[in-house]
Design a binder for this molecule. Structure first.
Ligand code: GDP
Length: 307
């Protein structure tokens, strides 16, 4: 079994590639829930939904949300003066309604996630990183914001002065997660945001140690190419977490205790010696995944490194 640690947009591309390379039945993913939020009383888990929709083949072309969705409900909420900046489509809302109702019935998030995956025809195993509610709080000069207020409502404009994962320290890995980490043939850290996606997964008590115990079988893929994230504001989160460098080498250093191998882009090949100095084996590949074929290609290459 191949195990991946994954956020949303970058992570789902890697999961799609791994699923193509190894088969969904052979794939387990531990997925970030630190981006989760509550909208109109509904529990929204953006990273889990991006991953399940992607593996189900129903994700929209823009990389999130349900394909060909409409936004009539959101338009109606705006009519009534409700904030409507978080793009919840009508079909997508069914997922959040269903999840919220199942949670209210007493189901745990990992059970609801398995049910949603099964109904969507996803045969990979998606595990939320924990069942507790984790809320990432972002501090900027403009004050304290939820993760989605900072990222979506405000377009990640302001510099970050503090990041806090409320609830993380007292959370527990979901049933099966530590066993999967221990049993995996290979662990792939997807090219997700190192601070807010992978950082929160590794921050669930017990997870970082469990992955570190498998360090020789763990390989991380860089989300940073030529000193910049491929997309999104990972550089702002890195700076906010106190890392002054936004580079492949910096990623390898953040993961040095958990991943003995690091895949950086061919354009960053000159950083390979500095990565080797960290005690991490650098592997140089094209890590851009603009389409499904390139996802399968990169996933195959990543798995081949530790074959
Ligand atoms: P989020 O939870 O939606 O923010 O998504 P993730 O944390 O999974 O992914 C965000 C990261 O994915 C960003 O830092 C991007 O640089 C990275 N990313 C997006 N597309 C690609 C790609 O094609 N290749 C690589 N290597 N990284 C990517």
């Amino acid at each position: 079994m191949i195990l991946a640690l994954s956020g949303g947009t970058g992570g789902a591309k890697m999961l799609d590639g791994l699923a193509q390379a190894t088969g969904q039945e052979n794939l387990t993913a531990v997925v970030n829930t630190g981006d989760d939020g509550d909208f109109y009383g509904l529990r929204v888990c953006p990273d889990l939904d991006i991953c399940s929709y992607t593996l189900a083949g129903v994700v929209d072309d823009r990389g999130w949300g349900y394909a060909d969705d409409t936004f009539r409900c959101l338009d109606g909420l705006a009519t009534y003066g409700r904030p409507a900046w978080f793009g919840l489509g009508d079909r997508d809302l069914a997922t959040h309604l269903h999840r919220t109702m199942r949670l209210a019935e007493g189901a745990a998030l990992h059970e609801v996630t398995a049910e949603i995956c099964s109904r969507l025809g996803v045969t990979a195993r998606l595990l939320p990183m924990c069942n507790e509610d984790i809320r990432t709080e972002i501090t900027t000069d403009e004050g304290l914001l939820t993760f989605q207020e900072y990222l979506i409502r405000d377009g990640a404009r302001a510099d970050i002065t503090g990041i806090r994962f409320a609830g993380l320290q007292t959370s527990r890995p979901v049933p099966g997660a530590l066993d999967a980490i221990a049993a995996a043939e290979t662990i792939v850290i997807a090219p997700s945001s190192p601070v807010v996606s992978i950082g929160s997964i590794l921050g669930v008590p017990g997870v970082r140690d469990a992955v570190a115990a498998r360090r020789d079988r763990c390989i991380a893929v860089s989300p940073i190419i030529a000193g910049r994230p491929v997309e999104g504001p990972a550089h702002k989160f890195l700076a906010g977490a106190g890392y002054d460098d936004c580079s492949a080498r910096q990623m390898a250093e953040i993961y040095a205790d958990v991943a003995a191998t690091f895949v950086l882009d061919t354009r960053d090949a000159d950083e390979a010696p500095a990565i080797a100095e960290l005690g991490v084996s650098p592997v140089t590949r094209d890590v851009l995944m603009p389409d499904r074929a390139s996802r399968a290609r990169l996933a195959g290459e990543v798995l081949d490194v530790l074959a």
